[in-house]
Design a protein around this ligand. Sequence first.
Ligand code: 5GP
Length: 210
Amino acid sequence: MADITRRGLMLVLSSPSGAGKTSISREILRRESGLTMSVSATTRAKRPGEIHGTDYFFVDKTEFGLMRNRGEFLEHAKVFDNYYGTPRSFVEEKLSAGLDVLFDIDWQGTQQLREEAHTDLVSVFILPPSTYELERRLNARAQDPAHVVAARMSKAADEMSHWAEYDYIIVNSDLDASVARVQSILTAERCKRDRQVGLGDFVKRLRDGQ
Ligand code: 5GP
């Protein structure tokens, strides 16, 4: 295949907790080369099984504040009672190398990225198939205490009110089908003319018979 220089894109997945976004992200990363996950910094406590540097960079509030003051975040927000932020340097490095970056961030972070990098952003909102299913998934995780699950259920409605700010909407009834949809979005967005910055040279060589 022709090697045409391409600008990396920022693929954002947002959803209320329990809509299946983490499973979709994991599977998409396994299936797609050229896509890398942005690892956020957070002040929230580590859940069982989570790994520092893989799931999040777990930092305390002082460290988070220092990072924010040094301008190290591309976006940051308070979600529930914790702070979350996307480290800037990692993302900028990958994008300029022509790699795509996947983000699992909330609607506040998505708004900030849209303001900063409108043309590079592709946003996808994942909806659960029903309220019953959302609650079932949150309970099945069994990692958070009951009062946290209850708080997340009530926050889910707020989060979902932002669906119309996103480019694409996926109702996650079936993991495999949802992953295939995200892959289709990625494939189409990668083909966009504006992202293929090397096209001019490529077509020139074609027309010159090289
Ligand atoms: P959790 O604590 O369950 O991992 O994530 C809670 C929420 O915070 C999720 O909706 C997730 O998308 C969001 N989140 C995670 N990292 C970031 C980040 O760096 N920035 C923003 N704005 N939201 C984030």
